[in-house]
Design a protein around this ligand. Structure first.
Ligand code: FO1
Length: 327
């Protein structure tokens, strides 16, 4: 067991919904939590290395995030953007003055040869975060969207074109060359690892890039810890972002069953919302029902608590099965 006997947990997260649950988990777990973040949204913009999902997790866990948008910093000023506009530079991707420092410092350290993992750990320390915040890889993996408006880099699709293009195919360029980092291997091989939580992020845009890293699925399964996911779809809709729209465009019905089928093979259990309770019995895996809508910090902590309890339940059931069918 770890230092004070408490168990450790790993969360997989991308986007704003993922960061919300990660905040709930961090309040319960502190340094016992490791968050593996999607970096498929990353891009180079204005010569800067931008890692939106990593930064959304950092700002959210540090209580620095803009509460209105869920990304960027609260109490921002926009002098840099105003001056960029005056010079005719691109302003479709808004970089606040405080947020800009994060990108400049990350870029400076990358040019000095530091890994994204080391830089992210430095930023987490600088922001006073006790959880471990990791990128999913230290080499570039880029989510690319083939659409009716052509092939788009993720932020062009998501921010510049406001998710309007019709998605035909999503790919993760660079995934084949990526490797599971030593820090992720270490977090997944701890004997006190008690559960893995896939946050309510967009499976296709935020979680699949993480699972596309060669060896990641195997490392997650080999950890022996129960793997649970919180549904990003409630009553056929996503609370935020283009999940339901993308599912329809990919020819998938935007419902719980599609999410369960998408994650089959990796999941031990699925947490669904009370709205979809009737669908639970027909799903092809262990399912549990609760309120998955997170408006307040208490909601985030309650959902996190529920996920940890679900992991414990699955682990004890697995234990019973093993004893019963002792092989
Ligand atoms: N999202 C927007 O909709 N508009 C923006 O101008 C924008 C700027 C931005 C800057 C830094 C950052 O870390 C995130 C930013 N985001 C913006 C959000 C970002 O596109 C998304 O959070 C993720 O890429 C998908 O979850």
């Amino acid at each position: 067991m770890s230092s004070n006997g408490a168990s450790t947990y790993v969360a997989l997260s991308g986007g704003i919904g993922g960061a919300k649950l990660s905040l709930g988990l961090s309040h319960l777990l502190g340094e016992k939590l490791t968050v593996i973040n999607n970096t498929g949204d990353d891009f180079e913009h204005l010569g800067l290395a931008i890692s939106p999902d990593v930064d959304t997790t950092l700002y959210t866990l540090a209580d620095l995030v803009n509460p209105e948008t869920g990304w960027g910093r609260r109490d921002e000023t926009w002098n840099f953007m105003e001056s960029t506009a005056a010079l005719g530079g691109p302003t479709w991707f808004n970089l606040g003055d405080k947020d800009l420092a994060t990108h400049v410092e990350r870029t400076r350290r990358l040019h000095a040869g530091e890994t994204l993992t080391a830089i992210t750990a430095h930023l987490a320390r600088a922001f006073g975060i006790s959880a471990r915040v990791l990128p999913m890889a230290d080499t570039p993996v880029r989510t690319v969207v083939d659409s009716d408006a052509g092939t788009l880099a993720f932020q062009e699709y998501f921010v510049r074109d406001r998710c309007q293009p019709v998605v035909q195919h999503i790919r993760y360029d660079g995934a084949d060359a990526a490797r599971v980092t030593p820090q992720i291997v270490s977090a997944l091989s701890r004997p006190d690892l008690a559960g893995i939580v896939i946050c309510p992020s967009n499976p296709w845009l935020s979680i699949d890039p993480i699972l596309a890293v060669p060896g990641m699925r195997e490392a997650l399964r080999a950890s022996g810890a129960p793997i649970v996911a919180v549904t990003p779809i409630i009553g056929g809709r996503a609370l935020k972002g283009p999940t339901a729209k993308i599912m329809a465009e990919l020819g998938l019905s935007p419902d719980i069953r599609t999410i369960a089928e998408h994650y089959v093979g990796i999941l031990d259990g699925l947490v669904i919302d009370k709205t979809d309770e009737a669908a639970a019995p027909a799903l092809p895996l262990a399912t549990t029902v609760t309120n998955t809508v997170m408006h307040t910090l208490a909601d985030r902590i309650d959902l996190a608590k529920f996920c940890l309890a679900f992991c414990a339940k699955l682990a004890s059931q697995r234990g019973v099965k093993l004893q019963a069918g002792a092989r």
